[in-house]
Write a protein that binds this ligand. Structure first.
Ligand code: ARG
Length: 462
């Protein structure tokens, strides 16, 4: 007895070993390509008709049968259940033949599963990329929304996780907005190379039937056709590029998550997450944990793993198709799923984040975040920067000894460090002035940030 839809029975006299079949078969996971493979098969049937390889009637019978399969799959998994098909391609062909008979036996003319799987995979991935792009957009909208809800909030900025200089909270939000903007650019760029049609490459050498590959590409919405059949069936660069773009998305989400995990600790108390996106402890009644953020941070690892797995799988493969390549599916499926849910989780967490503005302002006012401002003040009075740096360093040491901030010292006390210090120093050390001074493009002055926020809003509306 052969497996249902088995495509290669003729040469074989023995049935497959059970363990081998379990090892070899991909239907349990590649059924996700079902709709994409049916779409590509419809285009192939039309192409065979145009080439005169099947009659118009046969093509109509085949496409109607395939459309029937699509709607059967739409109404549930019943058509898949219990199938022992090797993979989604043999499943579709076998089920079609069982439904429509001999016309179905002509569908595989002029194609191989090698160009077929590459085509279905690219079609599927193109749709996933579009979904992910939209979810990145939603996460950007959540960042902009958070920034707008706290448009005047001030945050201590950090380097080395030590208080450095004050920034607008919206500036922090927009930093992540920029990262996500680049992510969209990277995905859009990867999409260009995903969206090329390999069908027509045959098993490796092309096909002897006069199919019009450009017409198939057009029918399926591909931007072009692959230029070399050996490359067409064995190229998985597009999968690596996708996981690579996704790895960076996860890097960004994990950094965002880590910032917020720190900020919502009681030690910082800068932000709070609403109950809707927090979890409790099974033991400690007082706990409210940022599990969602920790998962955003943690899930980055599996996406990086998939990228490395793909690279290692492809490395050193001889041309053209090798069964190793079947391993690409689960890596890419899980990458897409992980990035998809992570982006949705990030957006919902941001929607449920509130800033404790008093606390962040207080934190931005303590810890000598205006020391650089004092040095800049001295420079504006004609002191060379390196001298000013040293002078302010001594002033900070003096202030630390007394348990005071620089702005609590007052002009007279500060003057002992430099004659250049005048009464207007108090104004220069004020938090608002410190922020206002950072007015270069990309700086954190309230004016610049308001501009950037308005530009981000405009970007979202376009
Ligand atoms: N399931 C296979 C894959 O995912 C389809 C291609 C199989 N081709 C072959 N000649 N064995 O790669």
């Amino acid at each position: 007895m052969t497996k249902s839809g088995q495509l290669w029975g003729g040469r074989f006299t023995e049935k497959p070993d059970q363990t081998f079949a379990e090892f070899n078969d991909s239907f349990r996971f590649d059924r996700r390509l079902f709709a994409a493979d049916v779409r590509a098969s419809i285009a192939h049937a039309n192409s065979l008709a145009r080439a005169g390889v099947v009659t118009a009637d046969e093509a109509t019978t085949i496409t109607a049968g395939l459309v029937e399969l699509l709607s059967a799959a739409d109404s549930g998994t019943a058509i898949f259940d219990g199938s022992d098909a090797e993979d989604v391609h043999s499943f579709i062909e076998g089920t079609l033949i069982a439904a429509i008979g001999d016309a179905g036996r002509k569908l595989h003319t002029g194609r191989s599963r090698n160009d077929q799987v590459a085509t279905a995979f690219r079609l599927w991935l193109r749709d996933e990329i579009d979904k992910i792009d939209d979810l990145i957009y939603q996460a950007q909208a959540a960042l902009v929304g958070l920034a707008e809800r706290h448009s005047t909030a001030i945050l201590p900025g950090y380097t080395h996780l030590q208080r450095a200089q004050p920034v607008m909270f919206a500036h922090w939000c927009l930093a992540y907005f920029e990262m996500l903007k680049r992510d969209r650019g990277r995905l859009a760029d990867a999409r260009k190379r995903v969206n090329i049609l390999p069908l027509g490459s045959g098993a490796l050498a092309g096909t002897g039937f006069p199919v019009d590959r450009d017409a198939v590409a057009e029918e399926l919405g591909f931007d072009g056709v692959t230029a070399n059949s050996l490359d067409g069936v064995s190229d998985r660069d597009f999968a690596v590029e996708f996981t690579s773009a996704c790895s960076l998305i996860m890097v960004h989400l994990s950094r965002l998550a880590e910032d917020l995990i720190i900020y919502c600790s009681s030690e910082f108390g800068f932000v709070s997450l609403s109950d809707a996106v927090s979890s409790g402890s099974s033991l400690m009644p007082q706990k409210k944990n940022p599990d969602a953020l920790e998962l955003l941070r943690g899930k980055a690892g599996r996406v990086f793993g998939h990228q490395m797995g793909l690279l290692a799988m492809i490395k050193g493969l001889p041309l053209a198709y090798n069964k190793d390549m079947q391993e690409d599916k689960e890596a890419v499926f899980d990458t897409a799923d992980t990035v998809n849910i992570s982006l949705r989780a990030a957006a919902i967490v941001l929607d449920n984040t509130a800033v404790n503005e008093e606390r962040t302002r207080d934190a931005a006012t303590a810890g000598y975040l205006n020391a650089t401002e004092l040095a800049d003040y001295l420079v504006k009075k004609g002191v060379p920067f390196r001298t000013a740096h040293e002078t302010v360093g001594r002033a900070v040491l003096y202030a630390i000894d007394r348990g005071l901030e620089l702005h609590e010292l007052g002009p007279d006390e500060l003057r002992q460090f430099s004659d250049a210090i005048a009464d207007d120093v108090s104004e220069a050390l004020d938090l608002r002035a410190t922020l206002a001074a950072k007015g270069t493009i990309g700086g954190t002055s309230p004016g610049r940030v308001a501009e950037a926020l308005a530009a981000a809003r405009l970007y979202l509306e376009r």
